[in-house]
Ligand binder design. Structure first.
Ligand code: PEP
Length: 252
């Protein structure tokens, strides 16, 4: 049985004290909520991981880094490795966000290395994929998304795939206020699940959690999450206010 997950991606927002307060608010709201139908994860800047870990119940609120290096250690000034992330007590890492791909030139090959290091260090991976507006309008987004997934993930075993969550995030919908319609998202999620089934079989595909991300908010989450292949969301802007984030968490 696959899990529903709502994961926040704070990006480069909040100071450590602000982040600690936000994490406490989310943790308290999750602890108080009855009968939640999804797991909750917050993705926070590296600087916040240890302090946030200290104020949340990791069994109720998962903790993600927003990236990790494609090297284990050494002379890579400014980088943060998967073992370092794991040593904070975080249990997830977001990899392949379109902002990392675009501004920091992350390639499918580099992401393959990052995925391996994350899994080797016991981190679950929220692996992002998604097309630009140009590709969407040209109509060849499916091949692009298939390449992102197959080139970075398809060397993994079926067992390792159990620690992967896929987040479909059309770039044209991220932070733009322009959400993909629930039908557009469902179409891509179905395609992704079929791709996984083709490679790993139906069981792995059925168990795979596939999140939608891109201007998801409390008002549109219920319609998106009602689709059979949308198993939750990766939430940017709306994860920065506990009330908005909880409005999405309770949308199932
Ligand atoms: C994101 O960056 O992962 C995201 C989905 O952002 P937003 O919700 O702000 O569109």
């Amino acid at each position: 049985m696959r899990k529903n997950i709502v994961a926040g991606n704070w990006k480069m927002n909040t100071t450590v004290p602000e982040g600690v307060n936000l994490a406490k608010e989310v943790n308290d709201a999750v602890a108080a909520a009855k009968g939640l139908k999804c797991d909750v994860v917050i993705g926070v800047p590296f600087t916040h991981l240890t302090a946030v870990k200290a104020v949340i119940d990791i069994n109720k609120v998962g903790l993600a880094a927003e990236n990790c290096a494609n090297h284990v250690k050494g002379a890579y000034t400014g980088e943060v490795s998967a073992p370092m992330v794991a040593s904070t007590g975080a249990n997830y890492v977001i990899l392949g966000h379109s902002e990392r791909r675009e501004y920091f030139n992350e390639t499918n090959e580099m992401l393959k290395e990052k995925v391996d290091l994350a899994l080797e260090n016991g981190l679950k991976v929220i692996f992002c994929c998604g097309e630009s507006l140009e590709l969407r309008e040209a109509g060849n987004y499916a091949d692009f998304i298939k390449a992102e997934i197959s080139e970075s993930l398809f060397h993994l075993t079926a067992e390792q795939m159990a620690d992967i969550v896929i987040a479909y995030e059309p770039i044209w919908a991220i932070g733009t206020g322009k959400t993909a319609t629930s039908d557009q998202a469902q179409e891509v999620h179905t395609m992704i699940r079929a791709l996984i089934a083709e490679k790993y079989g139906d069981k792995v595909a059925d168990d795979m959690t596939i999140l939608y991300g891109g201007s998801c908010k409390p008002s549109n989450a219920p319609e998106l999450f009602a689709k059979p292949d949308i198993d939750g969301g990766l939430i940017g802007g709306a994860s920065l206010k506990a009330a908005d984030f909880m409005g999405i968490v309770t949308a199932f």
